[in-house]
Design a protein. Structure first.
Length: 196
């Protein structure tokens, strides 16, 4: 169906096209199902600030509290004297090391979420731009004779360009009928494609 949409000739490597689209689908499906994007079946959408507040209260503060509780200064809290405990002791140093990695990773994520272009908006728009750009790249390589842009009528439910139809069909196949690319997303993708 996608080859028919793109007007593929017999020379097109349909197996490679399918493999590339499967890879894109897998990468973006995993990202969508594990990120607060508000995509059907995935966690609800959150702004970067809301996400930071939740991460701080649910992950960063508890991790920092545990690191402090497991430190040498608090070692007496875990003393087994006068009786030996039947359960094996945890590796405190490994726990502290892993919790420190978690804290550092959280702070790295905060830097990404503090990027000015993300302020105040959900990351679902950015996700859709990246996703559409990946599909557009495949379209341009496999269908070089097709028009690689939208027409003025592509803001309607039935797109007039094969480019728009290809993007919509791929998105629908991966995320279902409810997933849509807005005109703003496609405009951003067009800018990205023209600057490459």
């Amino acid at each position: 169906m996608l080859c028919r949409i793109g007007g593929a000739d017999d020379e097109i490597d349909r197996t490679n096209l399918a493999d590339e689209l499967r890879t894109i689908a897998e990468v973006f499906w995993i990202a969508a199902m594990s990120s607060p994007l508000g995509i059907h079946g995935a966690p609800g959408s959150q702004t970067p600030d809301a996400r930071k507040r939740k991460i701080t209260s649910s992950i960063l503060h508890p991790a920092e509290k545990l690191i402090e509780a497991l430190s040498e200064e608090n070692l007496t809290l875990l003393s087994e004297w006068p009786d030996k405990l039947p359960s094996p002791p945890p590796n405190r140093h490994a726990l502290i090391e892993e919790l420190t990695k978690l804290s550092n990773r959280t702070r790295d994520l905060f830097e990404v979420l503090d990027d000015p272009k993300r302020k105040g908006s959900a990351i679902s728009q950015e996700f859709k731009i990246d996703f559409a750009n990946a599909i557009a790249d495949v379209f341009e390589r496999y269908f070089p004779n097709a028009q690689h842009s939208r027409s003025g009528y592509d803001r309607t439910p039935i797109p007039s360009s094969v480019y728009q139809a290809f993007l919509r069909t791929c998105a629908k196949e991966i995320f279902g009928e409810s997933f849509k690319f807005s005109g703003n997303v496609l405009d951003e993708v067009a800018k990205l494609r023209s600057s490459q």
